[in-house]
Ligand binder design. Structure first.
Ligand SMILES: [Fe+2]
Ligand SMILES: [Fe+2]
Length: 320
């Protein structure tokens, strides 16, 4: 399969599971196309054409023309210069590696991370938070993320990949959407007497069980094993990065009882305590691995010979 085709297919898969919905996404892409068509001069030169068809600013090919044939992927949750060197070392020892597939964004996908965060407004609307509340709460947090990342050294990984001859791509929110959807359907929608039962249910997912066995299980960070869950949501799985802590109060008012998350900031935890919202922190790496596995399972339908070399937090689990 060609790299460009692989990525376009991944974008389609991400859209199909996106809390923003296909219609909203299409409208957004059309608006951006119209906006870019009117640009002139330097504004036209620096415009990102990708934004007219890919609604995931934190997902993109960071090295390669798209014409490369890719079958064997070295897959990791975080892939930086050291992992690209590892890929090169493995290749030198005879391992076939065509492409670097990364979860957490690098390069321009990282530079544009905050641009995916408005997805959180739609995510919260789905649990009953008015869009005007979440939008107002999100704005200052997006600005903080933008400023923080702006100062980073953003293009080291892609340069290493370029020098060592590896096509590379990032799939972040595409796969976070997939794991969000799975956790919503397989965990949140079921009935539990207490939080302990949710932990047990999470351990029926192979990636969580694998990480639990290694000492990194899902944990209750607010609430108790015997506590009643109330309405369970997975609002901390997709949307770029952690939302503002104000989201906790809004969700509490909207009737949320328990939030499942990949990671929880201390400020968010404080708010969860203040507003009596239970929080379960599922293993971060296991959660990200689930999303990547769901994507790879679907891609295998288009490329039956797809293979992976698993590194940096990723473990391949195949689902039917
Ligand atoms: Fe993720
Ligand atoms: Fe992550």
């Amino acid at each position: 399969m060609k790299l460009g085709k692989f990525f376009r297919r991944a974008v389609e898969i991400g859209i199909a599971s996106d809390p923003r919905g296909k219609a909203r996404i299409e409208k957004m892409l059309k608006k951006e196309k119209d906006r870019q068509a009117k640009l002139t001069g330097v504004e036209k030169e620096i415009a990102d054409e990708e934004r007219t068809w890919n609604p995931f600013p934190d997902c993109r090919v960071i090295n390669g023309s798209g014409e490369e044939d890719v079958k064997t992927f070295i897959v990791g949750i975080d892939m930086e210069t050291q992992e690209v060197l590892l890929a090169d070392r493995l290749r030198e020892k005879g391992k076939k590696i065509d492409c670097v597939l990364i979860h957490h964004p690098e390069g321009r996908a990282l530079a544009d991370l905050e641009k995916i965060m408005p997805l959180q407004v739609d995510l919260l609307a789905g649990v009953g938070v008015p869009v005007n509340h979440s939008e107002a709460q999100l704005r200052p947090r997006m600005e903080r993320v933008w400023r923080a990342i702006h100062a980073d050294n953003l293009f080291r990984t892609e340069r290493a990949a370029e020098l060592l001859g590896f096509p590379a791509l990032c799939c972040h929110t595409i796969t976070d959407n997939l794991v969000w959807q799975l956790v919503e359907k397989d965990i949140c929608k079921k009935n539990y007497d207490d939080l302990g039962e949710i932990l047990t249910a999470l351990l029926s997912i192979p990636e969580y069980k694998y990480y639990a066995k290694k000492g990194n299980p899902p944990i209750i960070v607010n609430g108790s094993r015997g506590g009643r869950p109330g309405k369970i949501v997975a609002t901390e799985f997709t949307g770029g990065t952690n939302g503002p802590e104000e989201f906790l109060e809004s969700q509490s008012r909207a009737g949320v009882g328990t939030i499942l998350s990949m990671h929880v900031t201390e400020k968010t935890l404080e708010e969860a305590k203040k507003h009596n919202v239970n929080m379960i922190q599922c293993s971060h790496m296991a959660s990200d691995a689930i999303g990547m596995n769901l994507l790879l399972d679907r891609m295998t339908k288009d490329e039956p010979k797809l293979e992976t070399v698993d590194v940096s937090g990723f473990i391949r689990v195949k689902r039917k």
